[in-house]
Design a binder for this molecule. Structure first.
Ligand SMILES: NC(=O)c1ccc[n+]([C@@H]2O[C@H](COP(=O)([O-])OP(=O)(O)OC[C@H]3O[C@@H](n4cnc5c(N)ncnc54)[C@H](O)[C@@H]3O)[C@@H](O)[C@H]2O)c1
Length: 472
């Protein structure tokens, strides 16, 4: 379908979910460095960034780039060593290698494993270590508890601690502030400031997002909110939004991510129905989203990564009455079983069948296997007797083996492969040549990214909610 429009002034994508926001130019004047930073406009001090991972390291570079003296704290000595040599251990983030090298060369970025020492020597501590889920789908605080335990004794009068890690509503006030007070002997809102400010960035777009997405800040009280908002105003070019309290900022992050999970679940239900009635869901979504209040996301084989599938459970852990949230999680996780059932139907069972999975990370371009739907996909295929080969441009052969599949070198002949499943929408799949697979019978396009792929006669194509076709 072609929709003819005049260029939109706000630029919302008709495919939903991706709205281009203009980047704010940097308007900071050259800052004045102060010994004990108190939030005075135009001044900068020193900050410890705890958890120098895919999100933390770009933040460290961003803070240094705005004049702050930054100490990156990480429990992984290899991460610390790399930073102290001016190297980024995260290769995929555009601009990060250069930003870390520049921050290091300017003398404003160093790293350590010692959180207590770091907290003692800085004005601000920003914490961004993971909180994930345990096997009962409850928040797993082990990294965060350890980080809080490390920095607490180093805090001193005037310290500001900001949690950027996504947390269940109430944790900043109820779980971590008492721990920080107990370890430091300080009193929040008096001589200690504590706030929550969710990290909302998308891997692969971090520096652009830092200059565009409004930064939400909610403190334990007004003094903490003001101090944290002043910090972010000094390091970010985006709008800073001071919220009424920490809980509102915690909830906002859970709301925006859970909204996306529920939205995708709806798109998946729509896709399943579209298959039943022989309608192309992509055409439907494009058309529906041409109404400016409709923002239907894309259907797919499932939702992965350590954000979107995790945070609905943070809500459910405190609000089990959210049945819509629970049903959406189940609907999205059920997409893998649907895909396997489609393959089973197309091939009359999977016992002894060789299946190639393309894309193992939770999405293309991000080397992250956490909660990737490739894992239950591979397990489910094995459970039905299939032999699973796999390829991911971001993983080497050893990493593919760790995920449970047999590595397939891109472009090599694989005469026994009878089915291909795409689990990511990597642009590389566009150059897939069906001639590499003499016995290929089915392509299951888990992200609807191969609709234009030319297939020889006799090979079936199935997408998610799009009409199936047979090549030739
Ligand atoms: N990755 C994303 O796309 C994304 C997006 C938005 C928000 N977030 C938030 O950021 C958090 C971190 O995500 P990430 O992708 O940067 O994780 P990551 O796994 O890439 O990095 C986490 C880092 O923390 C370090 N660490 C663990 N425990 C520590 C401790 N006690 N003290 C010091 N360092 C410790 C690890 O060694 C690692 O280097 C997430 O849990 C989430 O709340 C992530």
């Amino acid at each position: 379908m072609t929709i003819t429009t005049r260029p939109s002034r706000s630029g919302p994508s008709l495919l939903g979910g991706s709205i281009d926001v203009p980047v704010n130019p940097c308007q900071h004047e050259a800052p004045r460095s102060v010994q004990s930073w108190t939030g005075e406009p135009g001044t900068v001090g020193s900050v410890a960034l705890v958890g120098a991972g895919k999100m933390g390291l770009p933040l460290a570079a961003q803070f240094a780039g705005h004049g702050w003296q930054v100490t990156a704290v990480d429990v992984n000595p290899a991460v610390v060593d790399a930073i102290n040599e001016g190297r980024s251990h995260v290769a995929e983030e555009p601009g990060l290698v250069e930003a870390v090298a520049e921050a290091h060369a300017s003398g404003r970025l160093r790293a350590t494993t010692n959180g207590t020492e770091a907290a003692r020597s800085v004005d601000v501590v920003v914490v961004i270590v993971p909180v994930m889920l345990n096997d009962r789908q409850q928040p797993d605080y082990r990294y965060m508890d350890a980080a809080v335990e490390a920095v607490g004794p180093g805090l001193h009068p005037g310290s500001l601690v900001v949690f950027e890690t996504t947390l269940p509503v109430g944790d900043t006030r109820g779980r971590f502030t008492p721990a920080l007070e107990a370890a430091s002997g300080l009193k929040v809102e008096d001589d200690l400031f504590v706030a929550f400010s969710p990290e909302r960035l998308l891997s692969g777009h971090v520096f652009q997002n830092l200059a565009t997405y409004p930064k939400l800040v909610g403190g334990i009280g007004p003094a903490s909110t003001a101090r944290a908002a002043a910090f972010y105003a000094s390091v970010l070019d985006a709008e800073v939004v001071a919220m009424s309290k920490a809980e509102a900022a915690e909830f906002a992050k859970l709301a925006e991510t859970t909204y996306r999970d529920v939205n995708i679940a709806l798109a998946n239900e729509f896709a399943n129905y579209a298959e039943r009635v022989g309608v192309d869901i992509l055409e439907v979504i494009s058309a529906a989203n041409s109404q400016p209040y409709s923002h239907i996301h894309q259907p797919g084989i499932g939702v992965g990564g350590h954000c979107i599938p995790v945070y609905p459970h943070f809500l459910l852990s405190r609000a089990p009455e959210m049945t819509l949230v629970d049903a959406s999680r189940k609907a999205n996780d059920g997409q893998v079983d649907r895909a396997i059932a489609t393959l089973e139907g197309a091939l009359d069972g999977l016992e002894g069948v060789e299946v190639l999975v393309l894309g193992l990370t939770y999405r293309d371009g991000v080397k992250e296997l956490a909660y990737s739907r490739a894992i239950p996909l591979i397990d489910g295929l094995h459970a039905r007797g299939a032999r699973v080969l796999a390829f991911d441009p971001l993983l080497d052969a050893g990493e593919v083996v760790q995920v449970g599949a047999v590595p397939w070198p891109w472009g090599s002949a694989a005469p026994s492969v009878r089915a291909i499943v795409t689990q990511t929408a990597d642009p590389a799949w566009a150059s897939l040549d069906p001639a590499w697979f003499a016995e290929l019978r089915v392509v299951l396009d888990g992200r609807n990214s191969l609709g234009d792929l030319a297939l020889p006669a006799g090979i079936d194509y199935h997408g998610i909610g799009v009409p199936s076709r047979t090549g030739g």
